[in-house]
Design a protein around this ligand. Sequence first.
Ligand SMILES: Cc1cc2nc3c(=O)[nH]c(=O)nc-3n(C[C@H](O)[C@H](O)[C@H](O)COP(=O)(O)OP(=O)(O)OC[C@H]3O[C@@H](n4cnc5c(N)ncnc54)[C@H](O)[C@@H]3O)c2cc1C
Length: 371
Amino acid sequence: MTAANITVLGAGVVGLTTALVLSKHKNLKITIVSKHMPGDYDIEYASPWAGANYFPVGKPGTILQKFERATWPELDRICSEVPEAGIHYQETVIYGRKKDADSATGQWFKELIKEDAWFKDVVPNFRVLPKSSLPPDCHTGTSFTSVCINTAIYLPWLLGQCVKNGVVVKRGIVSHVAEAASLHHSGRAADLVINCTGLGAGKLGGVMDPTVYPARGQIVLVRNEPGIMATVSGTDDGDDEATYVMQRAVGGGTILGGCLQHHSWESQPDPNLAQRIMQRSITLCPSLAPKASQVSELSIIRHGVGLRPMRKDGPRVEKDKVSMTDGKGVHAVHCYGHGGYGYQASWGSAWEVERLVGEVLGEMGREKAKL
Ligand SMILES: Cc1cc2nc3c(=O)[nH]c(=O)nc-3n(C[C@H](O)[C@H](O)[C@H](O)COP(=O)(O)OP(=O)(O)OC[C@H]3O[C@@H](n4cnc5c(N)ncnc54)[C@H](O)[C@@H]3O)c2cc1C
């Protein structure tokens, strides 16, 4: 039987991880088609702007929680066995404040700050911090070992692994899922399109998901070292502002964040917010500015803004047959809407796509048995 042709649309962390998982099946011929690629910095491309770390936020029973749980062992394995992928372990401290319970950031971190968090047996060294050790306005504190990913290293690494497995990579902007099928490198239309377009799924023909929207995140990247990876559930500066600090692996600098501004498309950094982020980060991690605890001690690499590709009901990972005007249909597996959790859910999500691809090819009478 002939091999199946697959186009993966999108080259963010979700598209690249999915393509890598699928590329291990030698009977699949895979083309990645994407407007943006690792190395680009653009407001339409969320992945380079992420911290990125593993801070689970999925509610128990959701597919997000399932993906986050499934992803940790692979991030752990890559971290310990593949140093060139740009991931390192970080001792982590999470603080929660009661007054953030109803704020945008408090809701976001609801599961993360729990002292009996569902992931306490997933990550190593989880422990509850003594109340006497918490900052004055905090009510909960936990500590565990997590990872921080240098996205500038990790995304090209993922791409390189795909290429090593025979994946063909093309730049392209498509307006419809069917167009992605026609760009397969074989010259024949792909049997299946994997739609990993993030926020783009809101505008893509054949999808046009109205429940996709941005949650703006602003960061400052600095050279200073924080000592630990840390976050607080909220701030007194606004309901949609939070504080998090993480040092990226292999010289990637330290990310200071941030905010979660639902429905904001603003691509430019707000200088006032940047000042607040830097000052709060120093309060949280005094090692950043040991001399006088002042923002002037920070050595800034760049300011940044990224848009998290949110979806009202969480990530959409499901099969579909996209109808076209000529009455024909294109088989698709959607994989978008990974909000602020695209890295920490990436492997679990990709393995679910792999399972669905097996189902779709089986339904088409293709090579299900080999998947
Ligand atoms: C400030 C910030 C901090 C974050 N921190 C973390 C973190 O610590 N941990 C974590 O897990 N997550 C974090 N995230 C979230 C994470 O970055 C996203 O969930 C993830 O990047 C989404 O990946 P994606 O591949 O779905 O989307 P994207 O990276 O946006 O990729 C979408 C791809 O689709 C392509 N595309 C879209 N439409 C088309 C089209 N019509 N034609 C061709 N190509 C198209 C784009 O060019 C792009 O390549 C953070 C995000 C931000 C903004």
